[in-house]
Design a protein around this ligand. Structure first.
Ligand code: PNS
Length: 161
């Protein structure tokens, strides 16, 4: 039984995140999508809203035999991963610019918990420039975001405006 944690802010979940989850499903028996509870960050959606949207959109994707669940977590990722009995952390890398930050986190997490592996996955090229931050920025400036996030998320963003 191989269990992975896919941590992130998911504010909001994008089609790039879903692409990574689907790829991760080919490698793991279970993936826990873990939404960081971060009080410092000014977020668009609350933790509850993010978890709810994730749960809803995950029902619409093909995850084969992999069990995919959504949880929120606080504190150290490695501690949370240990509590959940996870073997790996999944992170998406879109471009070289992501690599430096991701490498730092992976190495720090390895130092803190040597048995926990970080697995980097590349999304489809079509999502290589998609980030939650840019989606929010262009949306707030009035640009269309169809195809970048699930339609349910687009709808919820419109309701917030
Ligand atoms: O989607 P994000 O914001 O890039 O995700 C960042 C995340 C949640 C993976 C990272 O901030 C994290 O793991 N936070 C939990 C606190 C922690 O363990 N920090 C040390 C990381 S080396």
């Amino acid at each position: 039984m191989r269990r992975a944690i896919y941590p992130g802010s998911f504010d909001p979940v994008t089609n790039g995140h879903l692409d990574i989850i689907q790829r991760g499903c080919k490698l793991f028996d279970e993936i826990i999508v873990a939404v960081l509870v971060n009080q410092d960050k000014t977020s668009f959606f609350s933790i509850e809203e993010r978890c709810e949207m994730l749960s809803d959109v995950l029902e619409t994707i093909d995850h084969g035999d992999c069990k995919v669940t959504v949880e929120s977590f606080e504190g150290l990722l490695v501690q949370y991963a240990a509590e959940r009995g996870a073997h790996a952390i999944v992170r998406g890398i879109r471009a070289i610019s992501d690599y430096e930050y991701e490498l730092q986190m992976a190495l720090m997490n390895r130092r803190l918990q040597p048995r926990l592996e970080t697995v980097f996955m590349m999304p489809a090229e079509a999502y290589s420039y998609v980030s939650s931050r840019l989606v929010k920025e262009v949306f707030q400036l009035g640009a269309p975001i169809a195809g970048l996030v699930p339609s349910l998320v687009e709808e919820r963003m419109r309701q917030k405006k």
